[in-house]
Design a protein around this ligand. Structure first.
Ligand SMILES: [Zn+2]
Length: 246
C-alpha cells in the first residue's frame, strides 16, 4: 500500500480532496474504480457527485423508475463503501437526457464550489468510439463536457453565475482534472493491487452486471495490460490528466 507522501505518479504530498463527477451510478467503478481504491487506501478523500440516478438502466423490460432509483442508490452506496468513498451526492438530471447546457453547468459549478476539491475526476468527452464495440453513452460525453467547462473557467471565476455568490459560494479553482475513459491517456496508473477490490465493488451493481458474476469477472480480468503474464496479470487505468499552471 502506498501512503501519502511517498513518491507516486500522482505526486501528491498531502491528502487530497478528490471529487468524482460522472453521469450514472456504476460509472465511477467501471471507469476508474481501482484508482479510487488506490487513492482512498493512500489516505485521500474521495467524494462522488453523480449527475443522474441511472433510472433508465434496464435492458429489456421497462421498470418502475422510482423503484429503480432506490435500487441503484442502494447499489451505489454499497459499491462506494467497498472503495472507501467518503460521500455521494446526486444532481437529479434525467438519465439518458443529459445535455451540457448552461443550467447544468451552473449546477456542476455549484457542486464544485460546495465541495472544494483539489482534484476533479470525470471522463473524456471526446471519446465516442470505445474498443470498436461500443458507442460511448451520450450522458458520459455530456458529463465530461459539463465538468470540463465547469472546472474551467466558471468555478474559479466570480463573474460566472454571480447568483452563486449570493448563495455564499465563493469561486473555487481545482488544481487538476483527471479524465477517465479516454483514448488519449497521458497517465497510466498501475492499479493491479486494487483490481479485485474494483470487481467486488462492481458486483454490488447487481442490476447492471448481470447474474453471471463468473463470466463478468472473466471479462474484467481479461482487461490486463499487454505486458502481463498469465501468472502475473497487470492492470492499469488510463487518464488524460490536466494540471493547471498556478
Ligand atoms: Zn454510465
Amino acid at each position: 500500500m502506498m501512503t501519502v507522501g511517498e513518491l507516486s505518479p500522482e505526486g501528491w504530498l498531502e491528502p487530497q480532496r478528490i471529487l468524482v463527477i460522472l453521469a450514472h451510478p456504476d460509472d465511477p467503478e467501471f471507469f476508474c474504480g481501482a484508482a479510487i481504491a488506490r487513492w482512498t487506501a493512500a489516505g485521500h478523500e474521495v467524494r462522488y457527485g453523480l449527475l443522474t440516478h441511472g433510472d433508465k438502466g434496464v435492458k429489456d423490460q421497462p421498470a418502475d423508475p422510482q423503484a429503480l432509483i432506490a435500487l441503484r442508490e442502494a447499489e451505489q452506496r454499497a459499491a462506494a463503501a467497498i472503495l472507501g468513498v467518503h460521500s455521494i451526492r446526486y444532481l437529479d438530471f434525467a438519465d439518458g437526457y443529459l445535455v451540457p447546457d448552461l443550467e447544468a453547468r451552473r449546477q456542476v459549478v455549484r457542486l464544485i464550489r460546495q465541495e472544494r476539491p483539489q482534484v476533479v475526476v470525470s471522463c473524456d468527452p471526446t471519446n465516442v468510439f470505445v474498443h470498436d464495440t461500443y458507442i460511448n453513452h451520450p450522458d458520459h460525453r455530456a458529463a465530461g463536457q459539463l465538468v470540463m467547462d465547469a472546472v474551467f473557467p466558471a468555478a474559479g471565476n466570480p463573474m460566472f453565475f454571480p447568483e452563486l455568490l449570493a448563495e455564499g459560494l465563493q469561486p473555487w479553482s481545482a488544481r487538476e482534472v483527471w479524465f477517465s475513459l479516454t483514448a488519449q491517456p497521458n497517465v497510466r496508473l498501475d492499479v493491479t493491487a486494487y483490481w479485485e477490490q474494483r470487481l467486488r465493488a462492481l458486483h454490488e451493481h447487481r442490476s447492471q452486471v448481470g447474474a453471471d458474476l463468473a463470466a463478468f469477472d472473466e471479462r474484467q480480468r481479461s482487461a490486463h495490460t499487454e505486458d502481463s503474464t498469465p501468472d502475473a496479470p497487470r492492470y492499469e487505468h488510463g487518464f488524460r490528466r490536466v494540471v493547471f499552471r498556478q
